[in-house]
Design a protein around this ligand. Structure first.
Ligand SMILES: Cc1cc2nc3c(=O)[nH]c(=O)nc-3n(C[C@H](O)[C@H](O)[C@H](O)COP(=O)(O)OP(=O)(O)OC[C@H]3O[C@@H](n4cnc5c(N)ncnc54)[C@H](O)[C@@H]3O)c2cc1C
Length: 397
């Protein structure tokens, strides 16, 4: 215990001394740090903060030190997270490298693959994207058709992926490809890693009605993938794919269900917009009070459950089908929170651009719209309920 308290004191002092003041407080850049070869920091100090944290192993606190992590125990990692929150410091790095492919390589990668890919992820040098969905294979992921033809020392890839988030910003892709078209569909799939600069790989951003292009179509036309970049075994990619989905679903649940991205609490928002609610004391509208308390209580319970799951993960337990429960609850909770925020803000929550709206009000509209995708990404809520029925409750097909 004394050791943990020493660790807490040292960590707090280090964080406080090393995080540049420009990244703290009201005027700090809100743009997240995704890293990668194409990354342009919103502020130069974001790079300073990233480099300092990476050097100390704090971008991937629980990963082994030999692969660029911090080698922290679960208790130490919890303290680090608490101290980061207490000092209101921004995460030095986010991304699919840290949350999806890194943990999957730790479980299924060879030593060479870990040595090649994990340290650059920890340093924020390589950004990853996910090549799972195809035009004809979303919920029915195992129906994917992108072909990988065995050509001796390499595979030749042909086909296309869709909804590849930020593929135009990514450096490497982890992709599911069909290596045996004759086998039962789950049994003919291989999990591959590929540099996005490989000849024959191209990306076409999909423009949404908002004008933004967070997704891409990714094409493979005779793209060469090396055999050393197969993760686990040829035709056993479905096992790796499911493990990664467990990490993805937990990450999505946590990122959106925690309510941490919101700049103000629901009650603070209500005081700002609702007549008669400015003064201290209970909000005058009992129905609204009830809705707010219910969402805040559920958020708190959810955060505690996720904390338990994080503890289990740090103790070496891999996410199982319970990640589907987290995903349903966390994403639906975020949608309830976003809808409540819109109800509270009224017309001020309907702005897209232009005068008459504060920047946090424009964020409100965007967050509400973004939350609609929460129950689709990483597998829809319907698919999660199917998984829960079969793999948690043991119900028949
Ligand atoms: C924000 C966001 C980011 C994403 N990022 C990525 C990414 O980076 N990489 C990637 O590969 N993909 C990504 N996706 C794609 C995502 O994984 C798919 O959209 C999702 O799996 C659903 O597939 P689909 O869109 O083809 O819908 P479909 O599979 O066509 O489903 C249509 C509807 O039918 C329902 N349905 C289908 N089958 C069943 C069933 N058996 N039982 C009950 N209902 C069913 C679904 O629930 C859904 O409501 C992203 C999606 C979103 C929204």
């Amino acid at each position: 215990m004394a050791d943990l308290e020493t660790f807490r004191g040292e960590t707090r002092a280090w964080l406080d001394a090393q995080c540049p003041s420009t990244l703290r407080g009201q005027d700090a850049p809100v743009a997240a740090v995704w890293g990668g070869r194409k990354w342009q920091p919103a502020h130069p100090d974001q790079r300073v903060w990233l480099e300092r944290c990476a050097e100390r192993g704090f971008t991937a606190p629980t990963w082994p030190k030999e692969f660029g992590g911090g080698g922290l125990s679960k208790d130490e990692a919890k303290i680090l997270a608490q101290e980061m929150r207490a000092l209101r410091l921004p995460p030095p790095l986010l991304g699919f490298g840290l949350t999806m492919i890194g943990p999957t390589l730790l479980q299924y990668g060879t030593d060479d693959q870990k040595r090649e890919h994990l340290p650059p992820i920890c340093r924020g040098e390589i950004r990853w994207c996910q090549g799972y969905s195809e035009p004809g294979a979303g919920s029915d992921l195992a129906g994917l058709q992108t072909r990988a033809e065995d050509c001796g020392d390499h595979y030749l890839l042909n086909g296309s992926k869709i909804w590849t988030s930020d593929a135009d910003q990514a450096d490497w892709i982890f992709a599911l490809v069909r290596t045996d078209p004759e086998a039962k569909k789950q049994e003919g799939i291989t999990f591959l890693l590929l540099d996005m600069e490989t000849p024959g790989v191209s990306v076409s951003p999909i423009q949404l009605i908002s004008g933004a292009s967070p997704f891409c179509e990714t094409y493979f036309e005779n793209a060469k993938a090396l055999k050393k970049d197969v993760v686990f075994k040829v035709n056993a990619g479905w096992t790796v794919a499911k493990a990664l989905l467990g990490h993805e679903r937990t990450m999505v649940a946590e990122a959106f269900g925690s309510g941490e991205g919101s700049r103000a609490t629901l009650a603070e928002r209500a005081r700002r917009y609702l007549p008669g609610a400015e003064a201290a004391g209970p909000l005058p509208d009992a129905t609204l009070r009830d809705r707010i308390v219910q969402v805040e209580m559920d958020t708190r319970s959810f955060a505690l459950t996720m904390q338990r799951s994080r503890d289990a993960a740090k103790a070496g337990q891999q996410p199982g089908p319970e990640s589907s429960i987290f995903k349903v609850v966390g994403t639906e909770l975020n949608q309830r929170r976003q809808e409540l925020l819109m109800d509270i803000a009224g017309p001020q929550g309907l702005g897209w651009e232009g005068e008459g709206f504060e920047s946090d009000e424009l964020d409100l509209t965007r967050s509400w719209l973004r939350s609609r995708g929460n129950t689709i990404e990483g597998g829809t809520s319907e698919i999660q309920r199917n998984v829960i029925a079969k793999r948690v409750l043991g119900l028949p097909d």
